[in-house]
Design a protein around this ligand. Structure first.
Ligand code: SF4
Length: 248
């Protein structure tokens, strides 16, 4: 496997959607690293992505802002936008606190990780027992196609980096979960060693595919998906390619 070929969770999910999308995103990220004026991800411009970032900030601040209230049995005061949705999360957190106060507060939020070939930022990590087991949580607006793959990616990445100085006493990932803030749904699954190993093999094969230079030709899109964030870049690349070919 090529040395230095690192993929982020975002790039991995982009690849599962469309290999061409992956190559565009990877190129943008490489340009950003080399100091070119490209932005890292065009999604930063979309209002729904901006909204998602605000939500993630709210979740990230939640335990500092409202932790004391919840520990003291006081219902946090929430005003303004998305009050109903935010209250759904508060209700869930109060329930979680009442069930196991000692493991309620996350041991990590927006937790950046990287090993030799993967990188990503986990939304939340909870300790689940005294044996050093933990749970990975991702916040999402609504259920998506590759939510499980995303959680498996993080499971592998975190498992590869344990023990970690930022997560004292944690030895194993045993649970994964999502909180869908638009519908107030919280799901948790256990994760076995066997499942993690299967995913590792799957990812190994995907990485091999990514390194095949002709792979971008193998996707089924007709380059006209206007709901794709990279549609415009895609279209231009296609026009350039057609022009080059027509010169012969
Ligand atoms: S327009 Fe189609 S081929 Fe291009 S990145 Fe989007 S989904 Fe992939």
């Amino acid at each position: 496997m090529e040395e230095g070929f690192t993929i982020s969770k975002t790039e991995f999910i982009a690849y599962l959607h469309c290999s061409f999308k992956f190559y565009i995103l990877k190129e943008l990220n490489n340009d950003a690293k080399s100091g070119a004026t490209w932005i890292t991800d065009l999604t930063d411009h979309r209002p729904d992505i901006q909204e998602g970032l605000k939500w993630h900030q709210w979740f990230n601040d939640f335990y500092n802002k409202y932790g004391e209230d919840i520990r003291n049995g006081v219902y946090p005061i929430i005003n303004g936008k998305d009050e109903i949705l935010k209250k759904k999360f508060i209700d869930l957190e109060i329930k979680r606190y009442n069930n196991s106060p000692q493991f309620w507060e996350p041991i990590g939020t927006e937790f950046m990780l990287n090993d030799n070939y993967l990188k990503g930022k986990i939304d939340r990590i909870d300790k689940v027992n005294e044996q050093g087991h933990c749970r990975i949580i991702e916040y999402k607006k609504n259920p998506g196609f590759f939510d499980k793959e995303e959680l498996l990616f993080y499971t592998l990445l975190l498992s590869n980096t344990l023990p970690h100085p930022g997560l004292p006493g944690i030895i194993q990932v045993t649970q994964i979960g999502t909180y869908y803030y638009n519908i107030g749904e919280f799901n948790i699954d256990s994760i076995s060693l066997n499942e993690r190993q299967k995913f590792e093999q799957f990812l190994h094969n995907i990485r091999k595919e990514m390194l095949q230079p002709n792979l971008a030709k193998n996707q089924n899109c007709n380059f006209k998906r206007t709901n794709c964030l990279y549609h415009e870049i895609c279209r231009r690349i296609r026009i350039e390619k057609t022009d080059i070919l027509s010169d012969f």
